[in-house]
Design a protein around this ligand. Structure first.
Ligand code: MLT
Length: 263
Protein backbone atom coordinates (compact mmCIF):
# COMPACT_ATOMS: atom_id res chain seq x y z
CA UNK A 1 0.00 0.00 0.00
CA UNK A 2 1.25 3.50 -0.67
CA UNK A 3 -0.01 7.05 -0.22
CA UNK A 4 0.23 8.95 -3.50
CA UNK A 5 -0.05 12.72 -3.77
CA UNK A 6 -2.62 13.76 -6.37
CA UNK A 7 -3.08 17.53 -6.58
CA UNK A 8 -3.94 18.76 -3.09
CA UNK A 9 -4.87 15.38 -1.63
CA UNK A 10 -3.25 11.99 -0.96
CA UNK A 11 -4.82 8.77 -2.17
CA UNK A 12 -4.03 5.37 -0.71
CA UNK A 13 -3.34 2.82 -3.45
CA UNK A 14 -2.90 -0.95 -3.49
CA UNK A 15 -0.78 -2.21 -6.40
CA UNK A 16 -0.02 -5.74 -7.59
CA UNK A 17 1.28 -7.44 -10.72
CA UNK A 18 2.70 -6.24 -14.00
CA UNK A 19 1.59 -5.63 -17.56
CA UNK A 20 -1.62 -4.04 -18.81
CA UNK A 21 -2.78 -1.52 -16.17
CA UNK A 22 -6.20 -2.38 -14.71
CA UNK A 23 -7.60 0.37 -12.51
CA UNK A 24 -10.14 -0.96 -9.97
CA UNK A 25 -12.58 1.66 -8.65
CA UNK A 26 -14.61 0.72 -5.58
CA UNK A 27 -18.24 1.41 -4.70
CA UNK A 28 -19.88 3.46 -1.96
CA UNK A 29 -19.07 3.59 0.96
CA UNK A 30 -16.23 1.10 0.66
CA UNK A 31 -12.53 1.03 -0.16
CA UNK A 32 -9.97 -0.91 -2.23
CA UNK A 33 -10.46 -4.03 -0.06
CA UNK A 34 -13.64 -4.94 -1.95
CA UNK A 35 -11.28 -5.96 -4.80
CA UNK A 36 -9.37 -8.51 -2.69
CA UNK A 37 -10.45 -11.39 -4.97
CA UNK A 38 -9.12 -9.53 -8.01
CA UNK A 39 -5.91 -8.35 -6.29
CA UNK A 40 -5.24 -12.00 -5.39
CA UNK A 41 -6.52 -13.60 -8.59
CA UNK A 42 -5.53 -11.30 -11.45
CA UNK A 43 -1.99 -10.21 -10.56
CA UNK A 44 -0.57 -12.64 -13.12
CA UNK A 45 -2.71 -11.10 -15.85
CA UNK A 46 -2.45 -7.35 -15.22
CA UNK A 47 -0.88 -4.51 -13.30
CA UNK A 48 -3.62 -3.91 -10.74
CA UNK A 49 -4.13 -0.46 -9.27
CA UNK A 50 -6.82 -0.20 -6.59
CA UNK A 51 -7.09 3.25 -4.99
CA UNK A 52 -9.27 4.41 -2.13
CA UNK A 53 -11.30 7.25 -3.63
CA UNK A 54 -11.22 10.63 -1.88
CA UNK A 55 -13.12 10.45 1.39
CA UNK A 56 -12.76 6.66 1.69
CA UNK A 57 -10.33 4.17 3.22
CA UNK A 58 -7.04 5.81 4.13
CA UNK A 59 -7.28 8.52 1.46
CA UNK A 60 -7.72 12.15 2.41
CA UNK A 61 -11.22 13.39 3.12
CA UNK A 62 -12.50 16.60 1.55
CA UNK A 63 -15.70 18.01 3.04
CA UNK A 64 -18.56 19.41 0.95
CA UNK A 65 -19.39 17.57 -2.28
CA UNK A 66 -17.21 14.97 -4.00
CA UNK A 67 -18.59 14.83 -7.55
CA UNK A 68 -18.14 11.85 -9.84
CA UNK A 69 -16.26 14.16 -12.24
CA UNK A 70 -13.88 15.19 -9.43
CA UNK A 71 -13.19 11.55 -8.63
CA UNK A 72 -12.54 10.86 -12.34
CA UNK A 73 -10.05 13.76 -12.34
CA UNK A 74 -8.44 12.20 -9.25
CA UNK A 75 -7.97 8.94 -11.17
CA UNK A 76 -6.34 10.74 -14.11
CA UNK A 77 -4.07 12.54 -11.63
CA UNK A 78 -3.24 9.23 -9.96
CA UNK A 79 -2.21 7.70 -13.31
CA UNK A 80 0.01 10.74 -13.92
CA UNK A 81 1.56 10.37 -10.45
CA UNK A 82 2.23 6.67 -11.14
CA UNK A 83 3.68 7.64 -14.56
CA UNK A 84 1.17 5.47 -16.42
CA UNK A 85 0.64 7.04 -19.83
CA UNK A 86 -0.56 3.96 -21.72
CA UNK A 87 -4.33 3.43 -22.00
CA UNK A 88 -5.77 1.55 -19.01
CA UNK A 89 -8.56 -0.91 -18.51
CA UNK A 90 -10.90 0.81 -16.06
CA UNK A 91 -13.17 -1.35 -13.91
CA UNK A 92 -15.70 0.40 -11.66
CA UNK A 93 -18.37 -1.01 -9.38
CA UNK A 94 -21.56 0.93 -8.69
CA UNK A 95 -20.34 4.40 -7.57
CA UNK A 96 -17.04 3.38 -9.17
CA UNK A 97 -19.06 2.89 -12.36
CA UNK A 98 -20.51 6.41 -12.07
CA UNK A 99 -16.90 7.62 -11.85
CA UNK A 100 -15.93 5.39 -14.79
CA UNK A 101 -18.58 7.03 -17.04
CA UNK A 102 -17.06 10.44 -16.29
CA UNK A 103 -13.54 9.14 -16.93
CA UNK A 104 -14.62 7.56 -20.25
CA UNK A 105 -16.25 10.79 -21.41
CA UNK A 106 -13.41 13.11 -20.39
CA UNK A 107 -10.30 10.95 -20.79
CA UNK A 108 -11.21 8.78 -23.78
CA UNK A 109 -7.61 8.54 -25.00
CA UNK A 110 -6.44 7.18 -21.63
CA UNK A 111 -8.91 4.31 -21.81
CA UNK A 112 -8.26 0.95 -23.54
CA UNK A 113 -11.31 -0.93 -22.28
CA UNK A 114 -14.08 -0.46 -19.76
CA UNK A 115 -15.56 -2.89 -17.23
CA UNK A 116 -18.79 -1.81 -15.56
CA UNK A 117 -19.86 -3.88 -12.57
CA UNK A 118 -23.24 -3.54 -10.84
CA UNK A 119 -23.82 0.08 -11.81
CA UNK A 120 -26.35 2.40 -13.44
CA UNK A 121 -26.34 4.89 -16.33
CA UNK A 122 -29.35 6.89 -15.14
CA UNK A 123 -29.31 9.74 -12.62
CA UNK A 124 -31.13 9.72 -9.28
CA UNK A 125 -34.83 10.57 -9.31
CA UNK A 126 -35.56 13.80 -7.37
CA UNK A 127 -36.84 11.64 -4.49
CA UNK A 128 -33.72 9.47 -4.44
CA UNK A 129 -31.49 12.55 -4.57
CA UNK A 130 -33.38 14.15 -1.67
CA UNK A 131 -33.08 10.89 0.27
CA UNK A 132 -29.29 10.90 -0.21
CA UNK A 133 -29.04 14.46 1.12
CA UNK A 134 -31.03 13.46 4.20
CA UNK A 135 -28.82 10.41 4.71
CA UNK A 136 -25.75 12.66 4.44
CA UNK A 137 -27.06 14.83 7.28
CA UNK A 138 -27.86 11.77 9.40
CA UNK A 139 -24.42 10.26 8.82
CA UNK A 140 -22.79 13.52 9.88
CA UNK A 141 -24.95 13.66 13.03
CA UNK A 142 -25.00 9.98 14.01
CA UNK A 143 -21.97 8.38 12.31
CA UNK A 144 -21.13 5.83 9.62
CA UNK A 145 -23.35 3.16 11.23
CA UNK A 146 -26.32 4.87 9.57
CA UNK A 147 -24.84 4.07 6.15
CA UNK A 148 -23.92 0.51 7.16
CA UNK A 149 -27.43 -0.25 8.44
CA UNK A 150 -29.07 1.17 5.33
CA UNK A 151 -26.83 -0.52 2.79
CA UNK A 152 -25.39 -3.84 4.00
CA UNK A 153 -28.74 -5.71 3.80
CA UNK A 154 -29.04 -4.71 0.13
CA UNK A 155 -25.50 -5.48 -1.04
CA UNK A 156 -25.39 -9.27 -1.25
CA UNK A 157 -27.21 -12.26 -2.71
CA UNK A 158 -29.25 -14.31 -0.19
CA UNK A 159 -26.70 -17.16 -0.36
CA UNK A 160 -23.82 -14.79 0.43
CA UNK A 161 -25.39 -13.87 3.78
CA UNK A 162 -25.69 -17.55 4.77
CA UNK A 163 -22.61 -19.06 3.09
CA UNK A 164 -20.04 -16.25 3.22
CA UNK A 165 -20.92 -14.26 6.37
CA UNK A 166 -17.26 -13.21 6.74
CA UNK A 167 -17.56 -11.12 3.56
CA UNK A 168 -20.67 -9.41 4.87
CA UNK A 169 -19.03 -8.66 8.22
CA UNK A 170 -15.79 -7.40 6.63
CA UNK A 171 -17.80 -5.04 4.44
CA UNK A 172 -19.74 -3.74 7.43
CA UNK A 173 -16.46 -3.08 9.26
CA UNK A 174 -15.06 -1.13 6.30
CA UNK A 175 -18.16 1.09 6.29
CA UNK A 176 -18.02 1.62 10.08
CA UNK A 177 -14.38 2.80 9.76
CA UNK A 178 -15.22 5.27 6.97
CA UNK A 179 -15.21 9.00 7.66
CA UNK A 180 -18.75 10.45 8.00
CA UNK A 181 -17.54 13.55 6.10
CA UNK A 182 -16.29 11.33 3.27
CA UNK A 183 -19.60 9.44 3.12
CA UNK A 184 -21.62 12.68 3.13
CA UNK A 185 -19.47 14.22 0.38
CA UNK A 186 -19.94 11.16 -1.87
CA UNK A 187 -23.70 11.06 -1.18
CA UNK A 188 -23.97 14.68 -2.28
CA UNK A 189 -21.85 13.93 -5.35
CA UNK A 190 -23.96 10.91 -6.33
CA UNK A 191 -27.17 12.91 -5.84
CA UNK A 192 -26.10 15.37 -8.52
CA UNK A 193 -24.50 12.92 -10.95
CA UNK A 194 -25.65 13.29 -14.56
CA UNK A 195 -27.73 10.80 -16.51
CA UNK A 196 -25.33 9.37 -19.08
CA UNK A 197 -27.91 7.36 -21.04
CA UNK A 198 -27.91 9.70 -24.05
CA UNK A 199 -24.12 9.54 -24.21
CA UNK A 200 -23.82 5.73 -24.18
CA UNK A 201 -23.35 5.52 -27.99
CA UNK A 202 -20.28 7.78 -27.59
CA UNK A 203 -18.64 5.34 -25.18
CA UNK A 204 -17.21 3.26 -27.97
CA UNK A 205 -14.36 1.39 -26.26
CA UNK A 206 -14.67 -2.39 -25.85
CA UNK A 207 -16.76 -2.83 -22.71
CA UNK A 208 -17.71 -5.68 -20.42
CA UNK A 209 -20.88 -5.12 -18.39
CA UNK A 210 -21.13 -7.45 -15.38
CA UNK A 211 -24.12 -7.80 -13.09
CA UNK A 212 -24.86 -10.09 -10.16
CA UNK A 213 -27.93 -12.25 -10.79
CA UNK A 214 -29.56 -10.99 -7.57
CA UNK A 215 -28.45 -7.36 -7.74
CA UNK A 216 -31.43 -5.33 -6.52
CA UNK A 217 -29.67 -1.93 -6.68
CA UNK A 218 -28.61 -2.11 -10.35
CA UNK A 219 -30.69 -5.02 -11.64
CA UNK A 220 -29.61 -7.27 -14.56
CA UNK A 221 -32.47 -6.11 -16.80
CA UNK A 222 -31.44 -2.45 -16.46
CA UNK A 223 -27.76 -3.20 -17.05
CA UNK A 224 -28.52 -5.39 -20.06
CA UNK A 225 -30.48 -2.47 -21.56
CA UNK A 226 -27.72 0.10 -21.17
CA UNK A 227 -25.09 -2.35 -22.47
CA UNK A 228 -27.19 -2.70 -25.64
CA UNK A 229 -26.84 1.05 -26.24
CA UNK A 230 -23.03 0.93 -26.12
CA UNK A 231 -21.35 0.21 -29.48
CA UNK A 232 -18.91 -2.46 -28.22
CA UNK A 233 -20.35 -3.84 -24.99
CA UNK A 234 -20.97 -7.41 -23.89
CA UNK A 235 -23.31 -8.15 -20.98
CA UNK A 236 -22.67 -11.00 -18.55
CA UNK A 237 -24.77 -12.04 -15.56
CA UNK A 238 -22.84 -13.50 -12.62
CA UNK A 239 -24.75 -16.39 -11.06
CA UNK A 240 -25.14 -16.46 -7.30
CA UNK A 241 -24.02 -12.85 -6.78
CA UNK A 242 -25.80 -9.71 -5.63
CA UNK A 243 -24.60 -6.10 -5.95
CA UNK A 244 -21.03 -7.01 -4.94
CA UNK A 245 -20.37 -9.57 -7.68
CA UNK A 246 -16.53 -9.28 -7.72
CA UNK A 247 -16.41 -9.85 -3.96
CA UNK A 248 -19.09 -12.56 -3.83
CA UNK A 249 -18.08 -14.61 -6.89
CA UNK A 250 -14.42 -13.75 -7.57
CA UNK A 251 -13.65 -16.87 -9.64
CA UNK A 252 -16.41 -16.19 -12.19
CA UNK A 253 -15.68 -12.46 -12.32
CA UNK A 254 -11.92 -12.99 -12.66
CA UNK A 255 -12.41 -15.49 -15.49
CA UNK A 256 -14.57 -12.97 -17.35
CA UNK A 257 -12.10 -10.12 -16.76
CA UNK A 258 -9.11 -12.26 -17.77
CA UNK A 259 -10.72 -13.25 -21.05
CA UNK A 260 -11.86 -9.67 -21.77
CA UNK A 261 -8.47 -8.09 -21.02
CA UNK A 262 -6.64 -10.62 -23.21
CA UNK A 263 -9.10 -10.45 -26.14
C1 MLT B 1 -22.60 1.63 -4.49
O1 MLT B 1 -22.54 0.41 -4.29
O2 MLT B 1 -21.61 2.28 -4.85
C2 MLT B 1 -23.91 2.33 -4.23
O3 MLT B 1 -24.92 1.39 -4.07
C3 MLT B 1 -24.22 3.29 -5.33
C4 MLT B 1 -25.48 4.06 -5.08
O4 MLT B 1 -25.85 4.28 -3.92
O5 MLT B 1 -26.08 4.50 -6.07
Amino acid sequence: MSLVRVGDIRLQVAERGQGQPLLLVHGYPLDHAMWRGQLDGLAETCRLIAPDLRGFGASDVTPGTATMAQMADDLAGLLDALKISEPVVLCGLSMGGYVAWQFALKYRRRLAKLILCDTRAIADTPEAAAGRLKTAERVLAEGAAVAAEALVPKLFAPATFSEQPQIVEATRQVILRTSPEGIAAALRGMSERPDVTARLPQIDVPALVLCGQHDGISPPQEMRQFAAQMPQARFLEIAGAGHMAPLEQPAAVNAAIREFVRS
